[in-house]
Every structure is written in structure tokens, then in C-alpha cells.
Design a protein around this ligand. Structure first.
Ligand SMILES: Cc1ncc(COP(=O)(O)O)c(C=O)c1O
Length: 346
């Protein structure tokens, strides 16, 4: 009979964080107005700050990363178009079929493991006056890549692939839900990552620790179109400064600390490997992907020990480090995993 610790350690996602006391204070103090009338000073401040960080003319606050991605696709495509994206792109795999359901576009995946290069792009683009052919209209990147385990898209490969896409007149979108993890992991500023794109989405609700919200960044004209797409999707919010205040606080205080999440992920990966667990790929940011043969029994052991880790495929698990997980929690988690593995070997 198991009698060990019961305090939950939640490694399911970096979206499970609680707002810190300081963030709650910022929320409480935020001046607000009706943002549908364009009168919320805190939303305005967050949008200006996002644009400044990403080096774009403008930015728009939206309720979610999914809305940011889909509003972007709306402005980049027409029904019947093809969008190219990396394997297992979030906008294809985890957004309820939105590209097809909402915009009548289909997504074709290229490359592998969420990455692709200029050659993949060149080979996939269909340009033809032939009326049979669905035009390739846009290329979407994901950085860091969720399903690929928080992988960073190599900057030069990204630039080259984007350059080829431009050569063929494609629109360019970056799903940067975790862009700041890439920024902290590489030291490459957000504005450099954002430079090739028409639209860039990033989330304040993931590793940055805000309760709600994402920003979509682009030119002034693009953001005007995004504004209409947000309205179409029902994403225009009223006194949204309550939420934007958390986003501003996150941008002021929670970017640099992502390095601690990355260090915790590296420690978790090393500890798992020392226990004989296959970790693949090695973590680059705040996610650790690992494999356990008897995934169902392992998942049962996790539940018994209040250790929350998602299975993303049979026998394949994803642990995510975040603001509410300390270095001590990682050691504790490794101790519980060691016990589960010992039970499995019995
Ligand atoms: C890479 C990526 N893009 C987009 C999203 C969607 O964000 P949201 O859950 O805010 O819709 C997620 C969510 O996990 C994600 O991982």
C-alpha cells in the first residue's frame, strides 16, 4: 500500500500556473475602460509593449493563442488555399480543425519534428495558373514547437525557409505561443525572431504566467485586419485591462526567469536518464518528452503519487516546467518517479 507524499506536483503544462501575489496586485490596480470602444488604457499599454518587444508597428490583445493563430490565418488566406506548416503544428492538431472549419483552408505539413528547411518549402509550394491546383498561400512556423518537445527552430533555417516562401509570395505566420522560451534559450531577441513575419502570436498565459491572453503582432494595416477577425471570432472584450495588466506584469517580471524553467527541465531530463528512462529529444526549453514501455501502469503510478504529467501518445509523456515548479519539486518528482519505476519492475 502506497503511503508516500500526496502534495500534487503539476507538470502537465505551463498553463496551470497561479497568478503571483504581485500579479494579482497589478490586476487589482489596473485602470480599465471598454476596449471595444478602444478605451482601455491597460490594453493599449500591453499592445504597445508587445509591438515594441517584437519590433512591429502594432499588436492586438486576443483571448487565446488559438484565436491569435486563427485570426492570423484569416488575414493571410482565402477559402481553398493551402497553408504549409511543420509536422504536428498546434494550429492544425490542437485547434479543433479551425483552419478548415473556419476559413476553408487546408494545412499541409512539411519537414519532420516540427522543423523544416528551405528545400522542404520550395518542394511543397504549388504555383500554377492551372485552375485544378489549390494555391499555396502561407507558411506557418511554430517556435518553440510544442509537440516536438519545446524545440527551438534554428534561426538560420527559419530565415532561409521564410525567404523562399517570400520568393513565391506566401504570407508568413509565426505561432510563437512560447516565443520567449526561444528568446531566453538562445539569447536571440524577440524582434529578430519576428522580423520575417506578417503575423506573430505569442502567449502571456503560458510560461510567462499570466492567467489569460495572447498578442498578435504585425504591421498597422495587418492589425486592423486582425481586429476585424477578432470581432468575427467573438474575441473582442470589454474591460480587458484586468487581463492585460497581468500580461504587462508578466512581460516586466517573468521573461528572464524562464531560464529557471529551462534549468529545471534539464535537471528533470538528466534525472530521468539516470533512472534508465529514454528522454527524446533532449530538452531545449521547458519541456521534457520521455518514453515508458508500460505507459498505462506508469500513468497509474503517477496518479497514485499526485504527480501530474500528460501522456501525449501511448507510452510517451510530456513534462513541462513552469513558474509554480521549483528545483526542489523536480527532485521530489524524480523521487516519486523512481518509486513508480521500482514498482513497475517488481
Ligand atoms: C504552440 C501553441 N500554439 C498555440 C497554442 C494555443 O494557445 P491557447 O491554449 O491559448 O489557445 C498552444 C497551447 O498550448 C500552443 O502550445
Amino acid at each position: 500500500m502506497y503511503t508516500g507524499p500526496v502534495r500534487a506536483i503539476d507538470l502537465r503544462s505551463d498553463t496551470v500556473t497561479q497568478p503571483t501575489p504581485a500579479m494579482r496586485e497589478a490586476i487589482a490596480k489596473a485602470p480599465v475602460g471598454d476596449d471595444v470602444y478602444g478605451e482601455d488604457p491597460t490594453v493599449d499599454a500591453l499592445q504597445r509593449r508587445a509591438a515594441q518587444l517584437l519590433g512591429t508597428e502594432a499588436a492586438l490583445f486576443v483571448p487565446s493563442g488559438s484565436m491569435g493563430n486563427q485570426a492570423s490565418l484569416r488575414t493571410l488566406t482565402r477559402p481553398g488555399d493551402v497553408v504549409l506548416a511543420g509536422e504536428n503544428a498546434h494550429l492544425l492538431r490542437y485547434e479543433a480543425g479551425a483552419p478548415a472549419a473556419l476559413w476553408g483552408v487546408h494545412v499541409r505539413t512539411i519537414g519532420s519534428g516540427g522543423l523544416f528547411d528551405a528545400r522542404d518549402v520550395r518542394q511543397a509550394i504549388t504555383v500554377s495558373d492551372d485552375a485544378h491546383v489549390a494555391p499555396t498561400r502561407a507558411l506557418a512556423f511554430e517556435n518553440t514547437h510544442n509537440f516536438a518537445g519545446g524545440r527551438v527552430f534554428p534561426l538560420e533555417a527559419l530565415r532561409e525557409a521564410a525567404r523562399v516562401a517570400r520568393e513565391f509570395g506566401l504570407g508568413l505566420h509565426l505561432d510563437g505561443a512560447r516565443l520567449f522560451n526561444a528568446v531566453v534559450a538562445t539569447g536571440v531577441p524577440a524582434a529578430v525572431w519576428a522580423e520575417p513575419f506578417d503575423t506573430v502570436t505569442f502567449c502571456v498565459s503560458k510560461g510567462l504566467g499570466a492567467p489569460v491572453g495572447s498578442l498578435v503582432c504585425g504591421s498597422r494595416a495587418r492589425v486592423r485586419e486582425l481586429h476585424r477577425a477578432r470581432k468575427l471570432l467573438g474575441g473582442a472584450m470589454r474591460q480587458a485591462g484586468i487581463l492585460a495588466a497581468a500580461g504587462l506584469h508578466a512581460l516586466d517580471h517573468h521573461i528572464d526567469r524562464l531560464a529557471a524553467d529551462h534549468a529545471n527541465a534539464a535537471r528533470l531530463a538528466a534525472g530521468l536518464a539516470a533512472l534508465g528512462v529514454r528522454v527524446d529529444p533532449p530538452p531545449e526549453t521547458n519541456m521534457v518528452m520521455f518514453e515508458i514501455d508500460d505507459g498505462a501502469a506508469f500513468a497509474h503510478g503517477l496518479r497514485e503519487r499526485s504527480l501530474r504529467i500528460n501522456a501525449i501518445a501511448p507510452g510517451r509523456f510530456r513534462a513541462v516546467t513552469h513558474l509554480d515548479v521549483s528545483a526542489a519539486d523536480i527532485e521530489e518528482a524524480l523521487g516519486r518517479i523512481e518509486e513508480i519505476l521500482r514498482d513497475l519492475r517488481r
